[in-house]
Write a protein that binds this ligand. Structure first.
Ligand code: C5P
Length: 238
């Protein structure tokens, strides 16, 4: 078993995105996955259609769940939503770093009562769907890289465990935010995979070399006939 920094092991580096519209289809996928070799991500589509039952079903099967609901609201509301997520037993959850220092710090403080059972709290910096002109349109004059770095540093200052970022920014964030900061990267494709709608992809080994801690991968795994075969081949390639 290979060790990654922060005491993690390489064999649970992959987080499979359960982007399904029903609990039934998510369960069909979960039953093909091995919880000792991957974690799972439940996002807005599955959570909106299937609710907390989706988290419960993944958890009882032994999976660590990343609840990807990207909370962004007034500090009190986000802190309480994060506590509700922690009570479901999720392993990781996220909030928009753009919600500001107070929202981030209050949410982090609200999770203190969970002690060692506290889920990892991760900030979303800039959605990879944003182009430089999209940023200008919402009044941000920084270039995307500078904006991502600013938000990552804000998240770190507020006590968050890390951020979601593009693997292409992982090297910069690793350098500026330190070894202990957790970097979660979507947009990962093996060379033989289709890019689908992902525009700026990196391979699993490139992402790990840039400093990623966790690789979020959906379709190359969930649409495969043998999802665990894909996961094993990725670990071999890293
Ligand atoms: O199927 P694919 O590997 O593209 O899935 C990537 C997952 O990561 C999806 O659930 C997507 O919503 C999520 N994600 C992303 N880019 C971001 C943040 C999250 O692709 N910047």
């Amino acid at each position: 078993m290979l060790s990654l920094f922060k005491g993690k092991t390489l064999n649970k580096t992959i987080i499979v995105a359960l982007d399904f519209s029903s609990l039934e289809s998510a369960l069909t996928c979960l039953d093909k996955l091995d919880p000792t070799l991957c974690r799972v991500k439940i996002g807005k589509e599955l959570f909106t259609s299937a609710g907390p039952e989706s988290v419960k079903q993944a958890t009882v099967r032994g999976f660590d769940v990343f609840l990807d609901l990207k909370f962004h609201d007034i500090p009190n509301t986000v802190a309480k939503a994060a506590v509700a997520a922690a009570e479901m037993g999720v392993w990781m959850l996220n909030v928009h770093a753009g919600g500001g220092f107070k929202m981030l710090a209050e949410t982090r403080a609200a999770l203190n009562s969970f002690g060692k059972e506290r889920p990892l709290l991760i900030g979303v910096t800039l959605l990879t769907s944003f182009s430089p002109s999209d940023l200008v349109a919402v009044g941000v004059s920084d270039n995307p890289e500078a904006h991502v770095l600013r938000l990552a540093q804000l998240a770190k200052d507020a006590g968050l465990d890390g951020v979601v970022c593009s693997a292409r920014e992982a090297g910069l964030l690793r350098e500026k935010c330190g070894e202990k900061f957790c970097l979660v990267t979507p947009g990962i494709r093996r060379s033989q995979d289709e890019n689908n709608d992902q525009k700026r992809v990196q391979t699993p080994s490139e992402a790990i070399a840039s400093g990623s801690d966790f690789l979020v991968m959906g379709r190359p795994i969930t649409k495969a006939k043998d999802p665990m075969g894909v996961i094993r081949s990725i670990y071999e390639s890293i």
